[in-house]
Design a protein around this ligand. Structure first.
Ligand code: ZN
Length: 332
């Protein structure tokens, strides 16, 4: 049987799955991403995650057909290297992640961009399955994206899909990328947290940071936002409303340009908030759609927390020539 591993390498966690030839999950494991020790420490933790997931699946890591890894940063699939993985600790220089994992575990390793593999998984196995064109909007720490046209991933010259850095307001809010008015400046979790902190300094009352501390977090995670919304926290509601409005404008502009059949909302916040918020984004798109009579489907991602890892496992399917080489991504 064609049993493979997929690994989603994130800023906070490493998720590994073992899948069969139907992409059904046979075993999984999750490890925290190490904060120290740089790329070698992260590679060691991936090895542990793959071993644990293999054990859960009842297979030997050495017997896996291949291992796929979805990584942030500048991923060179053919060289097996990752550089400038900003969400990961001390990962600026080129690191040969693929070869180091092969040395430790045995099987061949395929690397891809984390957002692209997650969008691919939704297209092939999740919410995008009925369609031949879609845009994935990955709403998390940043706002990433991926484009599928005529059943194929559209990579442009290597940097396509950066919907988070489409401009929703001229001379608008400062984006973590350094520019102004990007969608991510309004909707990215990092940008929203920075704004929430500024509002607190200005005297606004919010439970966001109380909930964060109560949950033992140091950042406003998707779960913290969700709980604050459930309580009707005014600052949280206002910031999320602002994010939804910006996502609506950005997604509608992309649809005006590409006329895709579906928008799939994924990422940490998108997955957590689910279809009710996908519906709100659909509504926020309406005033901006050039052909409002025929809006695209707007759907929450269906594969949940495992989407990234399953998408990484898809990298290991035949035709390795299709493994893309990516330039640096500004968000993930
Ligand atoms: Zn930007």
């Amino acid at each position: 049987m064609n049993v493979r591993a997929g690994v989603d390498l994130g800023g906070t966690k490493i998720q590994a799955v073992i899948v069969d030839d139907q992409n059904a999950i046979l075993g999984e494991a999750r490890r925290p991403t190490p904060r120290e020790g740089g790329p070698p420490a992260v590679a060691d933790e991936i090895v542990v995650a793959v071993r644990e997931a293999s054990e859960a699946a009842g297979v030997e890591p050495g017997s896996l057909t291949a291992i796929g890894v979805g990584s942030p940063g500048a991923v060179d699939g053919s060289a097996g290297t990752v550089a400038q993985a900003r969400n990961l600790p001390d990962w600026e220089d080129v690191f040969a992640l693929g070869p180091s994992l092969t040395t430790a575990l045995g099987p061949r390793v395929f690397l891809g961009n984390d957002v692209n593999v997650a969008v691919d998984a939704e297209f092939l196995l999740g919410a995008g399955k009925p369609y031949s064109s879609m845009i994935g909007v990955w709403w998390g720490t940043g706002v990433g994206g991926g484009i599928i046209l005529d059943d194929k991933e559209w990579l442009g010259r290597g940097a396509a899909g950066e919907i988070g850095h489409t401009v929703v307001k001229l001379n608008g809010a400062r984006c973590p990328c350094g520019r102004r008015g990007c969608l991510e400046a309004y909707a990215g979790r990092a940008a929203m947290e920075a704004r929430a902190r500024r509002l607190v300094v200005r005297g606004k009352k919010t439970d966001l940071f109380k909930i964060m501390k109560h949950e033992g977090r140091t950042r406003l995670s998707s779960g913290v936002w969700e709980r604050a919304l459930d309580r009707g926290d005014k600052v949280a509601v206002a910031l999320i409303d602002r994010a939804v409005a910006a996502l609506g404008a950005g997604a509608a502009s992309a649809v005006n340009l590409l006329d895709v059949e579906a928008i799939v909302i994924g990422g940490g916040l998108g997955t957590r908030l689910g279809q009710p918020y996908a519906d709100r984004i659909a509504e926020a798109m309406m005033p901006h759609l050039f052909v409002p009579k025929r809006p695209p489907a707007v759907l929450a991602a269906q594969l949940g927390d495992f989407g990234g890892a399953i998408g990484a496992a898809l990298l290991t399917e035949p035709a390795p020539a299709a493994v893309p080489t990516r330039v640096a991504r500004a968000s993930g």
